[in-house]
Ligand binder design. Structure first.
Ligand code: ASP
Length: 314
């Protein structure tokens, strides 16, 4: 069966250079832009910016991808805005249980911008999705000649074509795919009806206090990701606010604002105090991907959330 394309918008589908840009091109136009003549079936899900996406979009995207796989596609490519691609990729990775490849891609330069990178990215993503060698890798993000595992991928540059960094799984070179590593795969999470509960990301920083964390709880958050400083530290009033949140039944995950490396209770008054107050450590997940995991785990079964988190945070 052919590879299936799910088009959602983003810069790859945007025109209006030099700006303001707006997503306008559908999947067929993207394939034509890329000079793709192979048989590729298409679902036009949206022509939207990913900066406006949320849980409902993730659910619709997961449904569209699952339907394409159920219909027999060998693999699925999703064109998507880059701003929240790392959240959608990880969310799909958590919610899909299928060995066939699902590859997200997009662009940093608009479809009508000189040097547009969308066509090359789309061609590489289609090559990956059609290659049986990518089976079992889970969801991948393909950008600028590299394919990254969904877990750990992050947009690291606002403008450069090589926008993403993360665990490289394949290199797409001159129309071929070369494996670099095997991603670690974990059990899929169940897809449940309804939206996940509110989960907020609150940042620690120089001079931070617990006001925003307390506000998140007051707004109804059932989960909070603390984007801590360094290896997972925060100031005393933030630690106190974490203790209050945990005491009222809110799950608090500690990630770091530093782009690479794990969090650890290395400092008694920092991460040590957060763990003492009942916070869980998010390992090396970014705050943004930790929020996706926490929301889906709490939605699946709040009573089982701890076990699901333990499994996915190691
Ligand atoms: N800069 C974004 C993109 O690359 C906009 C978005 O996320 O939709 O598509």
């Amino acid at each position: 069966m052919p590879v299936h394309l799910v088009a959602t918008g983003g810069t790859i589908a945007s025109t209006g250079f030099p700006g303001p840009l707006a997503a306008a091109r559908d999947g067929a136009a993207l394939l034509a832009d890329a000079g793709v003549t192979a048989d590729v079936t298409v679902t036009d899900l949206a022509t939207a910016g990913s900066f406006a996406m949320g849980w409902d979009d993730l659910r619709r995207l997961r449904t569209a991808v699952a339907e394409a796989l159920e219909a027999g596609a060998d693999g699925v490519v999703v064109t998507h805005g880059t701003d929240t691609m790392e959240e959608s990729a990880y969310g799909l990775d958590l919610l899909l249980d299928d060995r066939r490849p699902v590859v997200l891609t997009g662009a940093q330069r608009a479809a009508d911008e000189p040097g547009a990178d969308g066509p090359a990215n789309l061609r590489a993503a289609l090559t990956l999705a059609a290659d049986p060698a990518t089976r079992g890798d889970g969801v991948l993000v393909c950008f600028d000649g590299e394919a990254f595992a969904a877990r750990g991928v992050a947009k690291r540059h606002t403008l450069a074509a090589g926008a993403f960094r993360g665990p490289v799984v394949h290199r797409a070179v001159d129309g071929t795919v070369r494996r670099v590593a095997h991603p670690v795969r974990r059990r899929a999470l169940p897809l449940v009806a309804g939206e996940p509960p509110r989960v907020d990301v609150v940042a620690a920083h120089h001079g931070a206090d617990g006001t925003l964390l307390r506000a998140a709880v007051a707004a109804g958050a059932r989960g909070v990701v603390l984007a801590a400083v360094g290896i997972g530290n925060a100031a005393p009033d933030v630690v106190d606010a974490v203790g209050e949140a945990v005491g009222s039944g809110v799950t608090v995950l500690v990630a770091s604002r530093v782009p690479e490396g794990p969090v650890s209770p290395r400092y008694a008054a920092g991460g040590g105090a957060l763990v003492d107050r009942g916070a869980l450590l998010a390992g090396d997940l970014s705050p943004w991907q930790a929020r996706i995991l926490l929301g889906l785990a709490l939605a699946a079964d709040p009573a089982e959330a701890r076990a699901l988190l333990d499994e996915h945070l190691t």
